[in-house]
Design a protein around this ligand. Sequence first.
Ligand SMILES: [Cu+2]
Length: 407
Amino acid sequence: MGLWCTDNRVKFAPLPHVEALLYSEQSMVYRESIKSHFPKALLSIGVFLFLAGSAHAETIEVYSKQHQIDRVIKSMEGTVDDENFSLLKSDKPELLWVTASRVMVVDANTHVPESADMLCHSHMMFPYANFNSKKHNSLFGFQTNLDIKLFTVVQGQTDIQLPRNFAIPVLSNETFAFSSMIISPRHPPTPLQVQAKGTFEFYRDSEMKTPPKPLFWRGLSVMVPVKNRDPSDHCGSEMLGSLPPQTIDAEPAKASLNLVHKHKSGNYQESYHWMVPPGRHEYRYVLEYGLMTPFDTTLHYINTHLHPFAESLEIRDLTTGQSIYKGLSKNLKDGIGIAELTHFSSEQGVPVYKDHQYELVCIYNNTTPNDIDAMAIMFVYLHDKNFDRRQLKLAKSAQTYNAHVGF
Ligand SMILES: [Cu+2]
């Protein structure tokens, strides 16, 4: 089985000139609007872009609370911080297209970036308390299939730029959460005051002559059978899955005992956070039919979340016998952590089918004498091919909208 596609690393586009800094008191949210001004020499390019229907990118920056780092903080052991924000403050909801996410850990006073490996993970997502996927997608006439998260970036890949001409449709006055966890693979020589800084890029539909193709996100997680613990039904939508082929029960990770739950067959407990004994181990997990995608479509972007000592996470189409993508992980040279993860990005996309069976395969090589903790999650972005923005009937005002979604 060869790789179906190669990894195309995409760099986050440099931010254009930033103006009009706004500040909202409640939650350390800064909004920046990008002035699109073309120097005379570039006027002809500007006219061309206008004729071609190119809108300008806008970004919003969101900051987490401050954290003091004065020791080594391992993966998943930092404090979680959530800050709510919306992309625009407008009375009338308008359609926006989100294209990129970049998260940095910065010095709280100077905003100078710290080492990228101090970010454990971060999400741009709908707040847990308010989110109901059906209700959300009803705003788009049930033509979209958005789930709770838009982006998850992690140690090893702290930015995502969706492929050219692809974006996630949202409304301007929806509330999002910038969720982040800061860790520290090394002991700092002096205590550090740091914050996570999220930068999210979007376009206004009203400025786009040709809209991008819509994408929706799915989180596919390897679940491993674990030794008996108290059952819990605490299980996110991305954690649903099916019978794993391996039979050896792993030790569940202590940090996530509340996420151990019974497999729906009722025969065993499973967890997406488990312990790997010394040595090289392969974990396979077959996804239930329909979990990869609710309809036949194409896959355009993949990023992964793995813990230190992971080698790879692969997705295979068992129906065709093809490997769709194998994401690789490189460990830090100094300290325990992930230096780099590969990702997949393609405008052309890879076909995926509702009725095909898919399998996740991850390899951990624990070179230490002790057990280490592991996760293996693949985030896929699929073409939401039934969404037609011309069918979108937006509520007349923010009040109508908010009443509709129950805020
Ligand atoms: Cu993790």
